[in-house]
Design a protein around this ligand. Structure first.
Ligand code: AMP
Ligand code: MN
Ligand code: MN
Ligand code: MN
Length: 293
């Protein structure tokens, strides 16, 4: 068998309290390091306010770091997530673009609460807000936590199934960023854009082909192959997709919370050796700890 360089335990997708995770960036960094992560990225939804803290915490623990975010994009009537990696987190256009993307969350949350009130669930907006504080960052996850706490469902997945997905009383469609915009913000800030968890969208093959070709036409370069919400079969399928479209491959747990997430930081299958890992193309953007021992 041919010998290869040792595989890097890279985890390039997770969330902190800065979006809809339950841990602070420093606590996530410690958990990642304890689980053997060597290269880490925090990817809060539409927000990079936690990047400096995550970077400082990672380096202090001897872990390498890539900046990250997960941008909500409207595409073909669905919401698609684009992970941006290795950008300059002080880039003004990226900061402004993400702020604009967050702009509609408060109004949407009020409409979601109105929908829930119609089926007898009162006070959901205020309840969800207690989990996040900032209405700009309010997400379905915060509603789900409130509905569990208020005794309407036994866990977060049940809330999504019964109340927060398309056709259910608390679902409100929202116009997020455009695919081209999101890719451009990341690229122009020096990073690489990656399609997050492609198996999650439920696209037909035609729609999925359109997503990949348009993404690439806009300058997108990567796809998440191994991720918390992919089965082994999904990973195998998107390994072939990555090769077919000549995309770089990414790997990330999508960890949100010790109580809610099935996949812990760093506890993921390896990428196939046939793939080109996205972090190799971002070599020059990796922040490394000062050389030790
Ligand atoms: P939003 O951006 O407000 O639409 O919320 C999307 C977030 O909800 C995602 O980032 C996930 O964290 C979470 N989510 C989506 N679907 C589910 C699900 N079926 N079960 C648990 N969490 C989910
Ligand atoms: Mn989330
Ligand atoms: Mn996502
Ligand atoms: Mn995510």
């Amino acid at each position: 068998m041919k010998t290869t360089t040792p595989l890097t335990n890279a985890d390039l997708h997770c969330h902190s309290k800065v979006s809809d995770g339950t841990l602070e960036p420093e606590a996530l960094a410690a958990r990642a390091q304890a689980n053997g992560v060597e290269l880490w990225a925090l990817t809060d939804h539409d927000e990079i306010g936690g990047q400096q803290r995550a970077l400082d915490a990672a380096l202090a623990l001897g872990m390498s770091y890539l900046t990250g975010t997960e941008i909500s994009v409207s595409f073909a009537g669905r919401v698609v997530h684009i992970v941006g990696l290795g950008f300059d987190h002080r880039n003004e256009a990226l900061i402004a673009g993400l702020r604009a993307t967050r702009g509609g969350r408060e109004q949407r949350a009020r409409e979601m609460a109105a929908g829930l009130a119609q089926v007898g669930i009162k006070g959901a907006y205020e309840g969800a807000l207690t989990y996040v504080g900032n209405p700009e960052l309010i997400s379905r996850t915060h509603f789900a936590r409130f509905l569990v706490e208020a005794g309407h469902c036994s866990d977060v997945s049940e809330v999504f199934r019964r109340y927060l997905t398309e056709g259910k009383p608390g679902y409100v469609e929202h116009r997020w960023a455009g695919l081209g915009e999101a890719v451009r913000w990341v690229r122009e800030a020096g990073g690489i854009a990656v399609i997050a968890h492609p198996a999650r969208y439920g696209f037909t093959p035609t729609e999925e082909y359109a997503l990949f070709t348009e993404f690439i036409a806009h300058g997108g370069r990567g796809v998440e192959v191994v991720t918390g919400s992919h089965s082994a079969a999904d990973a195998a399928k998107y390994t072939e997709t990555a090769l077919e479209f000549e995309l770089l491959a990414s790997r990330g747990s999508d960890f949100h919370s010790p109580e809610e997430s099935h996949t812990d930081l760093g506890r993921l299958a390896d990428l196939s050796g046939r793939l080109s890992p996205v972090w190799q193309a971002l070599e020059h953007r990796i922040h490394r700890p000062a050389a030790s021992s």
